[in-house]
Design a protein around this ligand. Structure first.
Ligand code: ADP
Ligand code: ZN
Length: 599
């Protein structure tokens, strides 16, 4: 900031001198009167102009007014080429002068330098305005990492993070290492340099990284990937360099990069051949990661909710080679998180956090923290002694509707529908011979498009699939929709993906596998998946009549699969109910749970 001030004062002084100089020259003689050109012409006509000096488009001189000789100045319209003629006509003595250098300099100053300075200032202002904190051009390439000291850091521990037990378990090793690096080095163990936390926003990735630093009692520097992306090429790269240099001084420490995808996107993936600045920044990050060894006690942690877009080079061994999934919490996890945030707040005795956890499907950690806070505010506004159940319930709706919500939330009604849908898939799969065993059913929303899923894992790798297996698979796909029909008497849009897949399979059965009544024939010719991928390149080489027959076959196959799924579900309706209710309660069911209920 200092340099800006100095320049500012300098400019101000300069301006002042100029203004003084400017006003001093004409202030010695009596100031001339300014008269309009028409008056000047009149006066000349009357012979009352005694002397005229022409300087460019300005004339000055002396006029006689009320018997006194007074100086005047006057502006000439540029197009009056008759001025000389007029002056000659009335015999006014005149001469022309060159504009004096001082006044021309002043003109030049006003016309050129001042706007220039103004523009420079404007540019400066615009450039540095949106930088946070005290900034000057000389700290441009510094990293903006926030460094927390050990004392500040010690406040966040694993006790403050709930519902992510698996992630915590995996991070324990890192903590051990940071506490006593020598112990590991003696044994020659290789500790990961980079840990990538993957999960939807608000699930506590930043919190986990802080807690690791807190548990290990080391420094924590946090920086966001988007801080590296600036408009000037090279700035991001120099910030990365600076971040690592600073951190090495603070070792042992953890560097946490939030939103890694902002810098770490696949190189050359941008429209128009990529983004030079980001590429340089990413390259610098890779260079720095290769350049330090964990012996120095620096561990890099990063968070991303889009690991799929990251440059593969970032994920190679020796870089972010340890991936830890931080998923949205299940009921038990949500209860734990609620407990963490209820700590230190006065919650009414009739509030059961377990019930609250069941009422908040799809909420992530930040939503739950928000929920408790909203309820506390609401209770305070109502002048209550403690946070009551009513306030908490009201806050659920607020959080669902609120702008701060980052993740996808579902209502209880939707949760029921999703549970029955998934249970329908699972039940049909269970009772269809030759179908892959169920590994897991979940109704926790995940990603943008999926509300729940039923995961079947094959026992062995298969290269050949029989017709009955394919038909079974189609029934399973349609099982979700059937369960909705039977239980709710209505269907939702949730089955769209299932239907698409089922239709696709049916079409392949008819046109590619020769598994329909049309016999062992293929229709259409595939061009492989070399260029366009999938079915784009299928060439139609059959008649319109065949096309109609194909469509009829596809419908027939689908409706028979649908009937079969429906029959299975109707026969086992009670089991479906038990399975769905258990799913609503637990949100995730594993193989054993499913088998226990369905057997
Ligand atoms: P992310 O980095 O995954 O987007 P944050 O770590 O920034 O999420 O979480 C934001 C806030 O939400 C935290 O400060 C904390 O109050 C709360 N929170 C999130 N996850 C948890 C959790 N698992 N346990 C306790 N609090 C959590
Ligand atoms: Zn489905």
């Amino acid at each position: 900031m200092k340099i800006t001030k100095v320049i500012g004062w300098f400019l101000l002084g300069f301006l002042l001198v100029l203004i003084l100089y400017n006003t001093k020259i004409p202030s010695i003689p009596t100031p001339p009167v300014i008269i309009p050109y028409s008056e000047f012409l009149d006066l000349a006509e009357q012979g009352k102009v005694s002397e005229v000096i022409i300087i460019e488009d300005n004339i000055s001189g002396k006029i006689i007014k009320a018997g006194k000789v007074i100086p005047f100045t006057c502006q000439i319209p540029r197009f009056d080429h008759d001025l000389i003629k007029t002056l000659r006509e009335y015999r006014v003595p005149f001469r022309a002068e060159r504009p004096s250098s001082i006044s021309s300099f002043i003109n030049f100053f006003w016309a050129t330098i001042l706007p220039g300075i103004f523009l420079l200032f404007l540019f400066w202002f615009l450039l540095f305005r949106n930088m946070r904190g005290p900034e000057s051009p000389f700290t441009f390439g510094r990293s903006r990492a926030r460094i927390f000291s050990r004392e500040e850091q010690a406040k966040v521990t694993f006790n403050d993070v709930a519902g992510v037990d698996e992630a915590k378990e995996e991070l324990k090793e890192i903590i051990e290492f940071l506490k006593d690096p020598k112990k590991f080095q003696r044994l020659g163990a290789r500790i990961p340099k980079g840990v990538l936390l993957v999960g939807p926003p608000g699930t506590g990735k930043t919190l986990l990284a802080k807690a690791v630093a807190g548990e290990a009692n080391v420094h924590f520097s946090s920086v966001s990937g988007s801080d590296f992306v600036e408009m000037f090429v090279g700035v991001g790269a120099s910030r990365v360099r600076d971040l690592f240099n600073q951190s090495k001084k603070n070792a042992p420490c953890i560097i946490f990069i939030d939103e890694l995808d902002a810098v770490g996107r696949h190189r050359g993936a941008g429209i128009g051949g990529g983004h030079d600045e980001r590429e340089q920044t990413l390259n610098q990050l890779l260079v720095e990661m290769d350049g330090f060894n964990t012996g120095e006690g620096v561990i890099l942690m990063a968070a991303s909710n889009r690991p799929d877009v990251l440059d593969p080079a970032l994920l190679r061994p020796g870089r972010f080679d340890r991936h830890i999934v931080v998923d949205a919490p299940d009921v038990v996890g949500r209860e734990g998180i609620l407990k963490v945030h209820a700590k230190g707040k006065i919650i009414s005795k009739n509030v059961d956090l377990k019930v609250l956890a069941r009422r908040t499907p799809g909420f992530v950690g930040s939503d739950l923290a928000n929920l408790i806070n909203e309820a506390a505010l609401l209770s305070a506004r109502r002048k209550k002694r403690s946070i009551g159940i009513k306030e908490l319930e009201e806050s659920i709706d607020r959080v669902i509707a609120g702008p701060e919500r980052k993740s996808r939330l579902i209502s209880e009604k939707e949760k029921r529908i999703v549970a029955y849908h998934e249970a329908g898939h699972a039940l049909v799969a269970f009772f269809t011979p030759g179908s892959d065993p169920i590994h897991k059913i979940s109704i926790m929303p995940r990603g943008i498009s999926s509300l729940g899923y039923t995961l079947q894992l094959p026992i062995e790798d298969k290269y050949l699939v029989t017709k009955s297996e394919i038909l079974g698979k189609m029934s399973v796909l349609l099982g979700g929709r059937c369960a909705e029909e039977i239980i709710f008497g209505d269907v939702t849009t949730g089955a769209q993906n299932d239907l698409e897949k089922a239709t696709d399979i049916a079409r392949k059965m008819v046109t590619e596998y020769g598994m329909s009544e049309l016999g062992p024939i293929t229709f259409g010719r595939g061009h492989g998946e070399i260029f366009l991928g999938r079915d784009f390149a299928r060439e139609k080489n059959y008649s319109e009549e065949s096309a109609i027959k194909i469509d009829n076959q596809i419908s027939a196959i689908i409706s028979s699969a649908h009937e079969r799924a429906k029959g299975l579900i109707l026969k086992n309706k009670e089991k479906l109910k038990t399975l769905s209710e258990s799913l609503i309660e637990k949100e995730v069911l594993e193989t054993e749970d499913v088998e226990k209920i369905l057997k």
